[in-house]
Design a protein around this ligand. Structure first.
Ligand code: SF4
Length: 203
């Protein structure tokens, strides 16, 4: 399958990635934590409100959980995420002087941070070469037949072997938007899909 063609078709559909308008590591980390099971546009607005008020790990660590909750209450699981965000900020303060580490293993030690979040931080904040595989990237990669895998971690490993490095960043950006709007988990809109001519539809 021509991955470059897939990326080109999806880039035409989604010319802009509006999710990470800022690329400072703390913003990317917190936005990605908030994004779990929440639509991009809601995450984006909540992240902007939160990070406009608490701009650094220090400010976030000193915030009341109730203040954080008030700012992000439209994202899914906002109470849990509010506690998590504060806890992450506190850990960044006492372990790393308020900085976000650019190391996958250290990021994975933070509460609520899995491989997808760690990879988003490495990719979008530190410009490291990696692939951030969330549920959308995992599902779509399998439906398109790019990989045959049962977990996002396995998908990440396999995609890294078959995709040119030049496409690693695009895959996450584009598949997430595509997965939220067209190739949805349930009832994908195959009738209006730009990839319907090349998709084997492996469900
Ligand atoms: S044709 Fe259907 S299953 Fe295949 S990529 Fe498009 S929406 Fe997804």
């Amino acid at each position: 399958m021509d991955v470059e063609q897939i990326i080109s078709d999806l880039r035409t559909l989604y010319p802009q990635n509006f999710f990470y308008l800022r690329h400072d590591p703390f913003y990317v980390l917190i936005s990605t934590v908030l994004s779990h099971r929440t639509r991009d546009e809601i995450t984006y607005r909540a992240s902007s409100r939160l990070m406009d008020k608490f701009r650094s790990a220090q400010e976030m660590a000193e915030a009341e959980v109730s203040e954080i909750e008030e700012l992000i209450k439209d994202v899914g699981f906002y109470r849990v995420k509010s506690r998590r965000v504060k806890e992450i900020a506190e850990i960044l303060m006492y372990r790393y002087g308020g900085e976000v580490p650019d190391n996958c293993e250290l990021l994975l030690e933070l509460p609520g941070v899995g491989r997808k979040t760690a990879n988003c931080v490495l990719l979008y904040a530190f410009s490291k070469e990696t692939i951030a595989v969330d549920t959308h990237v995992h599902r779509i990669s399998n439906r398109l037949g790019l990989v045959k895998s049962s977990t996002p971690d396995e998908t990440e490993e396999k995609l890294k072997k078959i995709l040119p490095r030049s496409s690693w960043k695009d895959i996450n950006e584009l598949f997430v938007q595509f997965g939220q709007n067209i190739c949805r988990p349930v009832s994908p809109k195959c009738d209006i899909c730009v990839l319907c001519n090349i998709c084997p539809g492996l469900f």
